[in-house]
Design a protein around this ligand. Structure first.
Ligand code: NAD
Ligand code: MG
Length: 388
């Protein structure tokens, strides 16, 4: 029997994780499920999977959740502290799938209490990759990516020596605005940006895909996971989202991983690693592979990836600054306070600001939280001063 906790169970990744787990239900026991505000879905999941503990982040929904789960032998809790406490429960496998910086501390605590940390929350690696890696090393915790590109790299590396890797190529679908001019992108709204052509995901990562900030985060994620330098990581636009990543080795050989554009494959791989288990999900046919297109990323229309490369070169807490500026800018875009293209401008200004700051560069949780908070304020203040 394996014990499992899922943080962010009600989200896109969380729900797919439960789907995958339900196919292997015989040997999996769920200890913890958490959600933020969707109390009805969280209650439904708890009724079906019977975890020991359920936590809802939004405390105002506590009583409602308690009522929906009354009579069941489930500890029902609420609030941020209760979520962090739930991350301290020892289990075999944790899915970290809360969206945004809120997921970082959860990943960090869970890394100390589980055998395997399946990491969908890429923000954890962007904001504090070295700290998370160190924590996993100290506790002998396996850190497995749940991002299609990074799961692809891990699969390509199976049985390989990491020292023989020359480079990786991660693919990007190009999102809904792949063919848009800058002028056309200026006036797009959130619903256009969230309409991803291939993947069904949460709203925030969908918009990040349209702006290429998702790919930018993934470049940092690849660097942190596989100890690569900036110039060992390339990005290639591939509209079909069938080839997820390609790894190039020191003998000139390359290995690519292919699969359908859904997260079940990556989640199933992380759940069963280093083995594989039968998974009921769509198969690609040979016909699907007849026409695969690749093109270079246009940095002028999509500057996010070059901003991430700049953050990598800057080092220190620049990843946390990058992420906080991006999250705050996305909030402002969602609130219709800024345009789609202003998001990149604000991230660039936040990185400029960080370069001139005298903050401690040392990577600790407190310093990362400080960088996050201060950068959000900075971006908010940019708005009242002039930008956009
Ligand atoms: P989502 O918005 O669908 O779900 C987010 C989950 O986090 C929900 O359960 C929500 O209730 C919870 N949550 C949100 N804010 C919270 C808070 N402050 N405290 C506690 N819980 C909170 O997002 P998603 O698409 O499932 O993405 C989750 C993570 O996985 C993100 O980091 C994303 O970048 C990453 N990811 C997603 C995909 C995908 O296909 N959806 C692919 C790769 C990586
Ligand atoms: Mg991805």
């Amino acid at each position: 029997m394996r014990s499992v906790s899922i943080f962010g169970a009600t989200g896109s990744i969380g729900q797919t994780t439960l789907d995958v787990i339900s196919q292997q239900a015989d040997d999996i026991e769920i200890k913890v499920l958490t959600g933020n505000g969707n109390v009805a879905l969280l209650a439904k999941q708890a009724q079906q999977f019977k975890p020991k503990t359920v936590v809802i982040a939004d405390e105002s929904k506590h009583a409602q959740l308690q009522q929906l789960l009354s009579g069941l032998d489930i500890s029902v809790q609420a609030g941020r502290d209760a979520i962090l406490q739930a991350a301290r429960i020892d289990v075999d496998w944790v899915m970290s799938a809360v969206v945004g910086f809120a997921g970082f501390e959860i990943s960090l605590i869970a890394a100390q209490h589980c055998k395997t940390l399946a990491l969908a929350n890429k923000e954890s690696l962007v904001c504090g990759g070295p700290l998370l890696r160190k924590t996993c090393d100290e506790h002998a915790t396996n850190l497995l990516p749940v991002d299609s590109e990074h799961s692809a790299i891990l699969q390509c590396l199976n049985g390989e020596n990491l020292n023989t890797v020359e480079r990786v190529i991660i693919t990007a679908s190009g999102g809904p605005f792949r063919k848009y001019t800058l002028k056309e992108m200026r006036d797009v709204d959130a619903s256009q940006a969230a309409a991803h052509p291939n993947w069904s995901m949460g709203q925030r990562i969908s918009i990040d895909s349209a702006s290429m900030f998702n790919k930018a985060m993934e470049v940092i994620e690849a660097k942190e996971l596989f100890d690569l330098s900036n110039d060992q990581i390339e990005v290639l636009v591939h509209p079909q989202s069938i080839v997820h990543s390609i790894v190039g080795f020191n003998d000139g050989n390359m290995i690519a991983q292919l699969g359908p554009a859904n997260m079940a494959g990556a989640i199933g791989y992380a759940l069963n690693w280093p083995e594989r288990a039968v998974l009921d999900q769509p198969r690609l046919s040979a016909k699907d592979l007849v026409s695969l297109d690749f093109s270079e990323l246009d940095d002028k229309r999509f500057p996010a990836v070059s901003l991430a490369r700049r953050a990598i070169d800057m080092g220190g807490l620049s990843g946390a600054v990058f992420n906080a500026a991006k999250e705050q800018a996305l909030d402002l875009f969602l609130a219709q306070r800024i345009g789609f293209l202003d998001m990149a401008t604000l991230v660039e200004r936040a990185l400029d600001h960080y370069m001139l700051s005298d903050w401690s560069r040392e990577m600790s949780l407190a310093n990362i939280q400080f960088a996050d908070e201060t950068t959000r304020e900075f971006v908010q203040n940019c708005l009242t001063e002039d930008v956009a």
